[in-house]
Design a protein around this ligand. Structure first.
Ligand code: FAD
Ligand code: 2MC
Length: 378
């Protein structure tokens, strides 16, 4: 699996071509103007990137997780924030594909896979992030509908997306009292908070989703009452891989730009690239990225195989890959000297974008909790 065959390489090349042509040239402007490029997302959809591991019968690409992480790494070389949004969209689409009825799959997935419809994933609340099973948004059955009341915090894409895969409580009992719902954006009783001002990820909006007796048809319950937490967590296993892949792509892009920069920058009568101490930095950066990539592909293969240790492998790959990507990008900034701190060089944007990957989709401390449980057998 570490040597790509022709088909695998073609998938990587397509994603890289898309990133080079449509993401990289615009990334700084989207960041500055907080622009969410829906037209470009639709083009990603037309290339099969709206349902990478969704079934082909509903327009998906039917690929594996190992393909997905390679795609997200390449997309992130152009813009980590947009690559990461596409990753969240794919996670939500996969949840509907895997846990939806045929009617739900046929209703939602053709639009989602083409990215004519955009998806968000709504688990976090103002009072609970890491301790997700303690969420308090309630869903109360009312005839053929559920009435949802509560607030979802930090929802990526919110206000611009069409479909929210949203976790709410249908029973009092802990994680088993949580259910997942497919909530359309135009649901009566649903509204959005202001677009949060953030350190990075500015090319995608982050808003609260506010539910005030939002009326959702019972036909939009995903996977049956009480199964929402496990559905949410299974979605996140793949999400965590993809976020790590986005960190790898950002880190790799920062490293590549740094090598090019050091080849033309001189100090003390020599190119920076010829300085042996700085070459050691470059060697360590490349080694970190290769190690993270190797673990990531291993974890993706475990998820593809539904291996018994997939949960902890996904957590390891997320923790290690997001730390490695951030550290490489931060080092790249240092190696650019003062220019690394200027927006126009694009490095500080990568650092800002990658920083949040250590926090979201489960903080890196929570990834350690998950891995530690597998070690001590809790
Ligand atoms: P808390 O849970 O309050 O944690 C605070 C600190 O305590 C962290 O450092 C944490 O690691 C640590 N901590 C907590 N418990 C433990 C423990 N048991 N052991 C060790 N350390 C612990 N959520 C969604 O549902 N959908 C989205 O689309 C989404 N997008 C996001 C986009 C952005 C830009 C951001 C910033 C967040 C997004 N999130 C989203 C939310 C994100 O998943 C949470 O912020 C994250 O899970 C952490 O939750 P919290 O912020 O409530 O922090
Ligand atoms: N995959 C599959 N199932 C899982 C799972 C996983 N990764 N993690 C937990 N489960 C199951 C678990 O097996 C159990 O199932 P059952 O009811 O059959 O016994 C159930 O879920 C409850 O699990 P726990 O007893 O482990 O629950 P606990 O409350 O102790 O802790 C924890 C779970 C901390 C691992 C979980 O709350 C967590 O992952 N927190 C982080 C939240 C998070 O990642 N948020 C990200 C939001 S999305 C985002 O940020 C975006 C940008 C989109």
């Amino acid at each position: 699996m570490f040597v790509l065959d022709e088909d695998e390489q073609a998938i990587v090349d397509t994603a890289r071509g898309f990133a080079d042509e449509l993401l990289a040239p615009n990334a700084l402007e989207w960041d500055e103007h907080k622009h969410f490029p829906i037209d470009v997302l639709r083009k990603a959809g037309s290339l099969g990137m709206g349902g990478i591991y969704v079934g082909e019968d509903v327009g998906g690409s039917g690929l594996r997780r190992v393909d997905a992480v390679r795609i997200f790494e390449q997309l992130a070389t152009g813009c980590p924030a947009i690559a990461a949004y596409i990753s969240i969209h794919n996670m939500a689409a996969w949840m509907i594909d895997s846990y939806g009825t045929e009617a739900q799959r046929n209703r939602w997935l053709p639009g989602l896979t083409s990215m004519d419809l955009l998806a968000s994933y709504a688990l976090t609340e103002p009072g609970v992030g890491s301790d997700a099973a303690a969420l308090s948004t309630r869903a109360v059955r009312d005839g053929d509908d559920y009435l949802l009341t509560g607030v979802k915090q930090f929802i990526s894409g919110a206000g611009s997306t069409d479909v929210y895969v949203l976790m709410a409580r249908t029973d009092d009992a802990g994680s088993r009292g949580i259910s997942a719902f497919i909530v359309p954006a135009d649901t009566p009783g649903l509204s959005f908070g202001a677009n949060e001002k953030k350190m990075g990820w500015n090319a995608q909006p982050t808003r609260q989703v506010i539910l005030d007796e939002a009326r959702v048809p019972a036909a939009n319950l995903l996977g049956g009452e009480g199964n929402g937490f496990r559905i949410a967590m299974n979605g996140l296993n793949g999400g965590r891989l993809n976020i790590a892949a986005c960190s790898l792509g950002g880190g790799q892009s920062a490293l590549d730009r740094t090598v090019a920069y050091m080849a033309q920058r001189t100090a003390f009568g020599a190119r920076l690239l010829d300085n042996a101490a700085l070459q050691f930095d470059l060697a360590d950066m490349r080694t970190s990225l290769e190690a993270a990539r190797t673990l990531l592909w291993r974890a993706a293969a475990a998820l593809d195989a539904d291996a018994a240790d997939k949960v902890e492998l996904c957590a390891m790959a997320k923790r290690f890959g997001t730390d490695a990507g951030f550290e490489v990008a931060n080092k790249a900034l240092q190696l650019h000297g003062g220019y690394g701190y200027l927006a126009e060089y694009g490095i500080e944007k990568i650092v800002r974008d990658l920083r949040v990957h250590q926090i979201l989709e489960g903080t890196n401390e929570i990834m350690r909790v998950v891995v530690a449980r597998s070690v001590v057998g809790a």
